[in-house]
Ligand binder design. Structure first.
Ligand code: ADP
Ligand code: UDP
Length: 237
């Protein structure tokens, strides 16, 4: 499988057409951004780690019945995925208060929820990905009621699977962002990536941050944290 024309360059990945109209190739970059692109930088080796981690986790999720866009890893940074029409919603699942939740509601980071929360934001960089409720998403025809129900069911199942897996790795899954897309026949599948860019991952014992918050908050040790989380994953998968 070979790359044809570049269709899109995002903040973390490039997307290419292939000779098969149903397949794309995504290429993971080391570029990192935060705060809606305001903060920019590089995390050396991130693209390789995110590519491999996302692929391993998506293959694991497929085995537990979650359909994903994953097709085949081509090399360190490139993967063949099923082409989808992205549902323009960023789905966020939280097990523990952190980040924008803590800020918005004045809740201390680290407060553990009895049940995971499910929220959606409108995926629109110009508007800064505003939080919305499900009826707003339906009113704006971003997805149907049935599609949102499917997305919610999959997201909560993904949370259970990933929480249990990361626990075996000595890692707490605090929160994460998912994107879903529609295949040409309308089937909803998990798309985009699952990586330390899109999840908050804390060491179970020390609560040390092993994710992109080290970059967002200028904590240092960013590359080491990505390498450590990848090692935990490959040792346990
Ligand atoms: P951003 O667009 O937020 O800067 P990226 O740099 O990660 O993000 O770019 C990847 C883009 O590709 C995202 O817009 C994402 O929604 C989209 N995407 C991810 N998986 C697929 C897929 N299977 N088919 C089509 N588009 C996808
Ligand atoms: N997240 C993401 N992309 C975004 C916004 C959030 O991957 O555009 C992830 C983020 O890494 C975290 C979770 O979603 O794991 C919740 O993020 P939050 O809403 O707390 O926002 P942030 O603190 O990143 O602004």
């Amino acid at each position: 499988m070979e790359k044809k024309e570049q269709l899109y360059e995002g903040k973390a990945k490039k997307v290419y057409a292939t000779e098969n109209p149903e397949l794309y190739i995504v290429s993971y970059k080391d570029d990192a951004t935060a705060f809606n692109g305001l903060k920019k930088g590089t995390i050396a080796g991130k693209g390789v780690i995110n590519n491999k981690m996302s692929n391993l986790l998506m293959q694991k999720l497929e085995k537990s019945g979650i359909p994903t866009h994953y097709v085949e890893e081509l090399n360190d940074r490139e993967t063949v995925v099923k082409k989808v029409s992205i549902v323009p919603l960023e789905v966020i699942i939280r097990n523990i208060a952190a980040g924008s939740f803590s800020k918005r509601y004045g809740v201390e980071e680290g407060v553990v929820f009895d049940e995971p929360t499910f929220e959606v934001s409108y995926k629109n960089d110009d508007l800064g990905d505003p939080l919305m409720n499900e009826s707003h998403a339906i009113a704006m025809k971003l997805a149907t009621k049935e599609e949102i129900e499917t997305i919610k069911k999959y997201s909560l199942k993904i949370n259970e699977e990933l929480k249990a897996f990361w626990k075996e790795c000595g890692v707490i899954l605090v929160d994460f962002k998912l994107e879903f897309g529609k295949l040409s026949d309308g089937t909803i599948v998990l798309a985009d990536e699952i990586s330390p860019d899109t999840c908050r991952l804390w060491d179970s014992e020390t609560k040390e941050k092993l994710d992109k918050d080290r970059f967002r908050r200028d904590m240092g040790g960013v590359e080491d944290a990505y390498a450590e989380i990848m090692k935990r994953l490959t040792d346990n998968i």
